[in-house]
Write a protein that binds this ligand. Structure first.
Ligand SMILES: O=P(O)(O)OC[C@H]1O[C@H](OP(=O)(O)OP(=O)(O)O)[C@H](O)[C@@H]1O
Ligand SMILES: Nc1nc2[nH]cnc2c(=O)[nH]1
Length: 174
């Protein structure tokens, strides 16, 4: 990890790699049909997780992206989710891939947005879950790690656009 004051290691690169192998095994088992699974990666935070997860799957998939932003340069949600990108999910089995579910606002907004198009199913896979921070109900179908209500960065997640490139998850000092 880069030598930066205020960052405390939380989840190592090895732990992430091992956990993704398990998640990918479960997903591949659950969606073992001839139809390709539609992966929808929620940017920016999930770019690294998505790249590692899809490479570990043993089933065919397609990969699309939506961008959702509500934190901006803050460490708490603005309460408004801006969704950009246009994808077609009608009749597809969709797996939303998130880096983190915190208040639950972002994932709820995305699910509501996509349901209007009548997909065959929507499932949620998140690398990190902060159940203690939840304000909008959401129970992910696949979870990498449950963490305490602390602000984290690395492996795609930012603190004011910094640290996305780190290969591990760190806690950021407030
Ligand atoms: O459950 P919530 O409280 O809604 O928080 C989770 C969302 O917050 C982060 O996105 P952010 O708005 O920071 O955008 P980014 O992924 O581009 O950094 C993260 O990537 C999730 O999408
Ligand atoms: N980087 C980052 N983004 C978040 N979005 C919601 N919670 C978090 C968090 O802990 N870290």
């Amino acid at each position: 990890m880069k030598d930066s004051p205020g960052l405390t290691p939380l989840i190592t690169t090895t732990q992430i790699r091992k956990r993704i192998a398990v998640l990918a095994g479960q997903i591949s088992h659950d969606f073992d049909s001839r139809e390709p699974l539609m992966i929808v990666s929620i940017l920016k935070g999930s770019f690294m997780f998505t790249a590692d997860l899809v490479r570990a799957l043993s089933i065919p998939c397609t990969i699309d992206f939506l961008q959702a932003s509500s934190y901006g340069t803050r460490r708490s949600s603005s309460g408004t989710v801006a969704i950009t990108g246009s994808i077609t999910v009608k009749g597809r089995h969709v797996l939303l891939v998130e880096d983190i579910i915190d208040t639950g606002l972002t994932i709820n907004r995305i699910v509501d947005h996509l349901r209007l198009q009548q997909p065959s199913s929507i499932r949620i896979c998140t690398l990190l879950d902060k159940p203690a921070a939840r304000r909008f109900p959401c129970t992910p179908d696949y979870t990498g790690f449950r963490i305490d209500n602390i602000f984290v960065a690395g492996y795609g997640l930012d603190d004011r656009e910094r640290y996305r490139e780190l290969p591990c998850i760190v806690a950021v000092e407030r």
